[in-house]
Structure formats: C-alpha cells, structure tokens
Ligand binder design. Structure first.
Ligand SMILES: C[S@@+](CC[C@H](N)C(=O)[O-])C[C@H]1O[C@@H](n2cnc3c(N)ncnc32)[C@H](O)[C@@H]1O
Length: 284
C-alpha cells in the first residue's frame, strides 16, 4: 500500500504541486515561521527533515543550525528532490543534503540526529508509527521530534469549505481511491497523536500548541477555484469521480467562486483561516 501512496505522489501529485507551489509552500512557510521559535533549533544541531518535499524547511533550518550543523532532507518523490538539490546549490548551503527514500524504512545512522522535524509530511505516511520509530532510533538520547500537522478539517475552512461544496455534487472517494496516504487531517486528534508518539518510543511530549493563521488559497478568485478543484480534499473528490466529476465541474466552480468572494483582499488574493498543531516530544 505504501508503494501506492509513493506512486501517487510521484505520478499524480507532482504536476499539481508544481503548479501551486507558491500557495502550498507559501502557506507551509506561514505555519513553520510561527512554529520554529517553539522548536528552538541550535547552531550545530544535526537535523533530519522527513517528507521534506521541495526542501524549503531544510534551507530554513540549515540557516539556523549554520554550517556547524547538518540537515538531511528525506522524501520519496524524485521530482521534489531534484528541485531541492538545485535550490540548495543556489543557496550555497553545503550543510543541507537530500536522500530519496521511504521515511518508514530508510536506513538512517543510529543515535545521530539532535532533531527530527517534519512539516506536513508525517500525515501522509502509511504508518506514522513506523516512521516515528525509525526517527526515534536515529535520534540521540535527549533529542526531539518536532512536527507541524493540520488540525481538524472543521478548524481549517481553507480546505473544509471546498470539500463541502464538492460533496454536494459528488460521492466521497471510495475505498479503492488513488490516494497519497492517510491524509492531511489524520493527525488532528491530540489523544491519538500522543498515543502514536508513545508507541514509537517517545515518553515525554513537551509541546502541543495550536497555531492559527490566515493562508492564501489563491492570488485571484480564478486561481483559488482551480486550486480547490485540483488539490486537497475537494481535488481528490473531483479526481476520483472521473467523468461524473468533470460533468459537475461547472456547478462546483460556480459555488466555489461564490465562496471565495467574501475572503477576497484588496489585491484580489483570497485568504482563509487555517489551523495546525506544533508538536514536540523528546527521546529519553
Ligand atoms: C504535504 S507534503 C509536505 C512537503 C514539505 N514538508 C512541506 O511542508 O512543503 C508531504 C511530503 O511527504 C512525502 N512523502 C509521502 N510519503 C512519504 C514516505 N513514506 N517517505 C518519505 N516521504 C514521503 C511526499 O513526497 C511529500 O513531499
């Protein structure tokens, strides 16, 4: 199953992510800038970033740990890492490097890293616990795992509003849907995440902080509509509905257009509320 998820990232999602990278990474950046001060990266830290995507957070962290530290970005999507390598070279951050692999099984040096970090990565792994266990082994005693994950879809109108509209016209994706993993909201429940961390070996959870921020869902209403049709929960519903999804598109687009009018700013961009957890747990 994990291979199916990895295939989905490489074959289906890359073109969509490339098209909307300015929104996806820009919004990720809003949340990571708010979370970094809680995580307290130190000069000289060795950091593993799991599910690092294009590696923007690796570059941020690389600057925080300086060239006295090390950042290893790990991701299963080749195309993201090709961009990440190019951008790392442009930034001249030799302390940052990338490896292609599955975070659940990738061979990592044991007790080497001070911090394992992930922004919006872990929720897409087939077994978060397996990946967290792998990370736990790679951490030095006293090291931390620092995660940024979405809170519930109810707390994220930036995704939830469009999903409700899509579901008015189309069925939810079935059991056989081509999906990129358990999904963005799979780590929204605090109790469940605390249990996952415990099972993976983390006994001390030191931070569970809610972070709320308005994020940009389109630089224009047209782009905001395209964004919701192609990515996120509504994008998955439309994609999985096949020809029926295409048939219903004019009605869905019209409703999305109405939804995007109210949160439109003076420059035409559309901003909606979003909410994440910043989580930190320590290895004893
Ligand atoms: C939502 S993206 C987040 C990317 C990046 N961390 C960010 O915040 O922009 C999830 C990432 O996890 C990666 N991914 C999914 N499953 C993975 C796995 N089993 N092992 C490693 N990476 C994985 C995907 O390729 C994708 O880059």
């Amino acid at each position: 199953m994990n291979e199916d998820f990895i295939h989905c990232w490489n074959e289906i999602l890359v073109p969509k992510w490339n098209r909307f990278r300015h929104l996806l990474s820009g919004n990720g950046g809003i949340h990571s800038e708010l979370a970094y001060p809680h995580f307290g990266f130190r000069v000289g830290d060795k950091v593993l970033d799991i599910g690092c995507g294009y590696g923007e957070t690796c570059l941020d962290i690389g600057r925080m740990v300086t060239d006295a530290g090390v950042v290893l970005g790990l991701d299963c999507t080749e195309a993201f890492l090709a961009d990440a390598n190019r951008e790392r070279d442009q930034a001249g951050l030799r302390q940052v490097r990338y490896e292609l692999g599955d975070a659940q099984t990738h061979a990592l040096p044991s007790e080497y890293f001070d911090v394992v970090f992930s922004r919006f990565g872990v929720m897409f792994f087939e077994s978060v616990v397996m990946a967290l266990r792998n990370a736990h082994r790679a951490l030095k005693p006293g090291g931390t795992v620092c995660l940024i994950v979405w809170r519930t879809i109810k707390d994220n109108p930036c995704w939830g509003g469009a999903k409700e509209i899509a579901l008015k016209y189309l069925p939810p994706p079935g059991d056989q849907a081509k999906t990129c993993g358990p999904g963005p909201f799979s780590m929204a429940d605090e109790e469940t995440v605390r249990a996952m961390l415990k099972v993976a070996g983390f006994t001390q959870v030191e931070l569970f902080r809610r972070i709320d921020a308005e994020i940009c869902v389109g630089t224009s209403v047209e782009e905001a509509i395209d964004y919701q049709i192609l990515v996120g929960p509504s994008g998955e519903i439309v994609r999985e509905a096949g020809p029926e999804g295409q048939k219903q598109l004019p009605l869905i687009r019209a409703e999305l257009g109405a939804l995007m009018q109210a949160p439109r700013r003076a420059d035409g961009s559309v901003w909606m509320p979003s909410s994440t957890w910043a989580i930190m747990a320590r290895k004893s």
